[in-house]
Structures are given as structure tokens and as C-alpha cells.
Design a protein around this ligand. Structure first.
Ligand code: PGA
Length: 248
């Protein structure tokens, strides 16, 4: 079945109010490519301003807490993201799993909370370098999916992002064959675990840029890209959107 291409920018801990012009330029260019879904996930502090600056654009968070409210200093609930105009959230990014000790169970709880609040979810998985080198990448990633996929969900509101940790921010990318093999394995796993595999989009992330996007986006079972560094400016991000649009 045809799945619309989905290109998502993860600004991580980058971006002040002065960066909103880049977001406006990105969403203006995205509007000329209606076959591609484009979203940006800025820091929490910019979500409301970005929604105001680019009305109708898909703007999301990079994390949320699993609880609805309470004594969790510094955290943000899914309903708060909705309240500020967000329509999606990234959960389980490797920088959260590694840097903040998030487990598969934590990621699953966050995904379920986000879906319950009405957000779309991008659930990240990906192996560290030593696991790739030892040949265990597919088993590792499928175990992450087994542990972090929500129990039940609308497949139109859930995407998986495969992001090998060693490829994030390093300029290294897996071979197209390795990406296709991993995405195919994830699709099979989703079919077994959820029965909704045909609808769920599987994004590749890790050092995607304007030069390698066409090849990566054309790999088997790749439905889009989750982009970090190259999503911060229109000059770097729009070519990735254009590469997706060229593939339909
Ligand atoms: P990168 O980050 O594109 O800078 O490698 C991707 C990500 O972490 O989502």
C-alpha cells in the first residue's frame, strides 16, 4: 500500500526565537510539495511560537512525560504539548534512552500517553555501534520494538524511526542494503505484533542530508526521514523534502 513520505526535523536543544524564520521558510517550501508530510520538532520553548508563525504546520515535541500531571519538575505532559499547539511527539530517541536512562517500558508508557492525548507519535529505535559490528543489530532493534510499541494504537498516528546510534550526528550512514534489511525486518515485526504493518511509516534517521537523502529515501520500506543537524535551516532541510517529493 502507498504510504505518504514523511520528513521530520528534530531540532534537539537548538533554536531561539530568531530561528522561527527558518521554520517559516521550511514550511513555505513544504507547502509546494503536497505529496510529502513535513513536521518540525523544536525545543518545548519554541512550539507555541512556531505554531503561531506557521499556522497549520505540523509542529511537535521531542519528548513527553508518561503521566498526565503531577510532581515531575522540569517535565512536560502530552496534554501540555497539545495545549501549546503540537500535533506530534518523538519518543524514545537514543539521546533520551542513553542520556536519561529511558527503558523500553518508559518509552512505551510515553507513547501510550501521547496517543491518548491525541498526538501522533514517532517512536525511535536503533542499535549502538558495537551491536552493529557484532551482527546483532536486527535482533536488538526488534527487541526494542517488542518492548516499546504501544499495546493498541491507530496506525495512522504511529511512525517508527530507525536511527542507528553510531550514525547520529557522525556523518556515517549504513549501506542502503542494511537500511532496507532493517526496515523490512521492522515491517515484519510490526505485522506480527500489531497487524497494522502496512499503514505504519518507518523513517530512517542518522546523518541524513541533501546529498544522501534520495538514495536513503528510496531504500526498501523507507517511508521518510528523521533529520537532526540538517533540519536547522531551510537551506539544508528543503533539499531533503524535495528528494522525498521526487520519489512521490
Ligand atoms: P542527525 O540526527 O541527522 O544530526 O544525525 C538525527 C536524529 O538524532 O534524529
Amino acid at each position: 500500500m502507498a504510504r505518504r513520505k514523511y520528513v521530520v526535523g528534530n531540532w534537539k536543544m537548538n533554536g531561539l526565537v530568531a530561528a522561527l524564520g527558518e521554520a517559516q521558510a521550511i514550511f513555505a517550501a513544504a507547502g509546494t510539495h503536497p505529496s510529502v508530510d513535513v513536521a518540525l520538532c523544536p525545543p518545548f520553548t519554541l512550539i507555541g511560537a512556531m505554531v503561531t508563525a506557521a499556522p497549520g504546520a505540523a509542529v511537535g515535541g521531542q519528548d513527553c512525560h508518561a503521566a498526565a500531571s503531577g510532581a515531575f519538575t522540569g517535565s512536560v505532559a502530552a496534554s501540555m504539548l497539545v495545549d501549546t499547539g503540537a500535533s506530534l511527539v518523538i519518543v524514545g530517541h537514543s539521546e533520551r534512552r542513553e542520556g536519561f536512562g529511558e527503558t523500553d517500558a518508559d518509552v512505551k508508557a510515553k507513547a501510550e500517553a501521547a496517543l491518548a492525548a491525541g498526538l501522533s507519535v514517532i517512536l525511535c529505535v536503533g542499535e549502538p555501534r558495537e551491536v552493529r559490528e557484532s551482527g546483532g543489530a536486527i535482533d536488538y532493534v526488534l527487541a526494542q520494538i517488542a518492548g516499546s510499541l504501544p499495546e493498541s494504537f491507530d496506525p495512522a498516528r504511529l511512525a517508527i524511526a530507525y536511527e542507528p546510534i553510531w550514525a547520529i550526528g557522525t556523518g556515517l550512514v549504513p549501506t542502503v542494503v542494511d537500511v532496507a534489511d532493517m526496515h523490512g525486518a521492522i515491517r515484519t515485526k510490526l505485522r506480527e505484533q500489531s497487524g497494522a504493518a502496512a499503514t505504519i511509516r518507518i523513517l530512517y534517521g542518522g546523518s541524513v542530508n541533501g546529498e544522501n537523502a534520495a538514495e536513503l529515501l528510496d531504500a526498501g520500506d523507507v517511508d521518510g526521514a528523521l533529520v537532526g543537524g540538517a533540519s536547522l535551516t531551510a537551506g539544508k532541510f528543503v533539499p531533503i523534502v524535495e528528494a522525498a517529493a521526487a520519489l512521490g
